[in-house]
Design a protein around this ligand. Structure first.
Ligand code: C2E
Ligand code: CA
Ligand code: CA
Length: 652
């Protein structure tokens, strides 16, 4: 036990260098007392010297206090210069050590000098010197309270020797003063110990509070799944970067990354696997980041990028990002591969505000997706005009009298060997007042993005059904549905009601859905498809082969027919791969008992090649272009009259 007590006493005199924050706080608190400390030292030295001036030797009354006051003045100047310097932990430690040493040295010097002075003069002037020393000692301890080791060191170096000197003077008044001083100093040391303990507790609790609030701030700005900065931080950073680029007259690039093919992974393999894919994406992006490149997760499968300077390198860097994200990724239970589309926008060329930059970058991949998935796309002047056109078209569509302005054309599907069309596919047409004809490739996406699509689908559906009512019962009607028609329960209910009310037998109707519909919300799309099937209509998977996981969907949903995308047909004479794919799909359809249609057949060579691969149902300009309802009636009338209209080359 006594050993432990001794250790604690020794420890009290030692500087606690374990806690850097505590040292910094001690130094900050002590720094405020420094001028007071030096002021006291200087004033008391001057007072003691003045009391004995002329009595004690010149060296003691002028030279020594002169040097002491000069040293004090130098320290004060030093302090004034450096008081606002930031200091790190190691710096704080060395400054505190210096404080302990300087404090001890000044204390010993001052005491030695004062004791030497006490040899001279009468009792009154000696008393003055004693008073100066006592004042200085008490004041030093007081000023050093926050640096416990220094306070105790000074106290122990000055008080006991001085008390001994006073006792040994033989004067009762001096001895009493010595005792008085020793007791007061003892009490002060006790106060120092308590203060030091409370101070370190206070600093620690402040540190903890600060740490917690820093952690909260960090979490509030971080995406919890990928640990990348989150949307909030991205936009804050974006605004800062705009301000900085404005100030410095520099350029920078904003990127918006979208994972094509994330949704299917999520739907088909579950959210756990989807999450792992996002985490892996976050990891790859984080590895690509550097001082100038900042990545964030904006939500869902959307990620953001800010790249300062180096605008010329934005596209090549974008290629690297896309390539890295397109690398296959081993997830629990599946090895998958997604393509990333990356839209880029430059400050100040593409846009000048954070929001506009983001929107421009976001818009670019939307175009990119239609053109070249998996590649970066820079927002260009051309895109800006498309964007304007988009807005204009949207405006016109909102104002449109849909019933009057939107019409339909019908394109037949043929079964080889039959002159009669198997079905007609309804294709929307729009001549906008003041704009002229707008192709469906343009207005359907506009309608989808502006929530007009459900209304449009219903208008077109009524018109198509009305036409089909006039056709022979064995000729089917094919209709295209948008993603938004499938994921809204309300829209599904309305479509079913329209079909029921039309008088056309549901069994005559084919609804065509594209893979993107399934990709955007598998569960909802699945529900809708099953509701349509219950009604008795058939479902075709349109544009087959353009997505990423078509085969997986074919197994999961009750399709009746697959329409092989036109892009394969176009390459059928020239590309082996296209031929192989078509052959595989045809075999797959046969095995799964699905009908198979190839669309976009333009030449007899293509038709023959397809026939050889086993395709029997076709659609395309080679057979017939989309035609007006009037032309459909004419064709059907001609057929009733007899002669075969199908080109001989594939006619059985
Ligand atoms: P889709 O459903 O794949 O329709 C086939 C498109 O290919 C039609 O274009 C058709 O005119 C065109 N086509 C047919 N045969 C050939 C050919 O031999 N060669 C070439 N190059 N093209 C051929 P269209 O009418 O411009 O429609 C484009 C797309 O717009 C449609 O593609 C469909 O996705 C969408 N769409 C059209 N009408 C509607 C509609 O009423 N509702 C919805 N949701 N989408 C529609
Ligand atoms: Ca179609
Ligand atoms: Ca198609």
């Amino acid at each position: 036990m006594p050993g432990r007590a001794f250790e604690r006493v020794v420890a009290a005199f030692r500087l606690d260098t374990n806690d850097p924050h505590l040292m910094q706080a001690q130094l900050a608190a002590f720094s405020k007392q420094v001028p007071l400390l030096y002021f006291t030292l200087a004033v008391n030295s001057a007072a003691a010297a003045f009391a004995l001036y002329g009595t004690a030797p010149f060296v003691l009354t002028v030279v020594t206090p002169g040097v002491l006051i000069l040293a004090v003045a130098i320290r004060i100047v030093h302090w004034l210069r450096h008081r606002n310097d930031p200091f790190d932990a190691s710096h704080a430690a060395s400054r505190l050590k210096l404080t302990v040493r300087l404090g001890s040295a000044f204390g010993v010097l001052f005491l030695t000098w004062a004791i030497a002075m006490m040899q001279y003069g009468d009792a009154t002037s000696k008393g003055q010197v004693i008073f100066a020393i006592a004042m200085t000692a008490i004041c030093c301890i007081f000023c050093l309270t926050h640096v416990r080791a220094a306070a105790l060191m000074v106290a122990m170096l000055v008080i006991p020797p001085f008390t001994i000197v006073l006792f040994s003077s033989g004067e009762r008044a001096f001895a009493t003063t010595g005792l008085n001083l020793a007791l007061v100093a003892g009490a002060m040391m006790y106060v120092v110990l308590i203060q030091a303990r409370d101070f370190s507790r206070m600093v620690r609790s402040q540190m903890e509070t600060q740490r917690l609030s820093d952690e909260n701030l960090r979490l509030a700005n971080l995406d919890s799944l990928t640990e990348l900065p989150n949307r909030r931080q991205f936009f804050a950073r974006l605004d800062e970067t705009v301000a900085r680029a404005q100030r410095e007259g520099r350029k920078f690039t904003v990127g918006v990354i979208d994972l094509d093919g994330f949704k299917p992974v999520n739907d088909l393999y579950g959210h756990f696997t989807g999450d792992r894919l996002l985490v892996e994406t976050g990891r790859r992006l984080a590895a690509l980041g550097d001082d100038n490149t900042f990545f964030a997760r904006l939500g869902g499968d959307e990620f953001g990028m800010i790249r300062y300077d180096d605008v010329e390198q934005a596209l090549p860097f974008g290629e690297i990002v896309c390539a890295r994200l397109a690398e296959s990724c081993a997830l629990p239970g599946v090895v998958t591969r997604v393509a990333a589309s990356l839209g880029l926008a430059n400050y100040p060329d593409s846009a000048q505000t954070g929001e506009a930059l983001y929107e421009s970058a976001d818009y670019a991949p939307y175009r990119a997706k239609q053109r070249r998935a998996g590649r970066p796309e820079m927002f260009s002047a051309e895109l800006r005009s498309t964007m304007r056109q988009f807005t204009l078209i949207e405006q016109k569509m909102r104002e449109a009298d849909m019933d009057r302005e939107f019409t339909l054309e019908f394109q037949p599907l043929y079964e080889l060997g039959s002159e009669r069309p198997l079905a007609f596919e309804a294709l929307a047409r729009w001549t906008a007042p003041g704009l002229g004809p707008v192709p469906p490739d343009v207005f359907i996406p506009v309608a989808e993005r502006s929530d007009l699509i459900n209304r449009l689908t219903q208008v077109l559906l009524r018109k198509a059904l009305a036409e089909a009512m006039t056709w022979p019962q064995d000729i089917r009607l094919a209709l295209n549905l948008s993603i938004h028609d499938l994921i809204s329960s309300d829209a599904v209910v309305k479509i079913i009601a329209i079909i029921r009310a039309s008088g056309v037998a549901p069994g005559r109707i084919d609804l065509e859905v594209t893979e993107s519909a399934l990709v955007s919300d598998f569960d909802k799309a699945n529900e809708a498809i099953r509701a349509f099937k219950n009604l008795g209509v058939r479902i075709s998977l349109d544009d087959f082969g353009t997505g990423y996981s078509s085969l997986a969907y074919v197994h999961k949903l009750p399709f009746d027919r697959i329409k092989i995308d036109r892009s394969f047909v176009q390459e059928i004479d020239t590309h082996h791969a296209a031929r192989d794919i078509v052959r595989t799909v045809v075999t797959l359809c046969r095995n799964l008992d699905l009908q198979c249609v190839t669309e976009g057949v333009e030449t007899s060579a293509q038709a023959n090649a397809l026939k050889e691969l086993g395709c029997t149902t076709m659609q395309g300009y080679f057979f017939a272009r989309p035609m007006t309802p009037h032309a459909v009636s004419g064709l059907l009338r001609d057929l009733e009259a007899g002669p075969a209209l199908l080109p001989r080359a594939v006619n059985g």
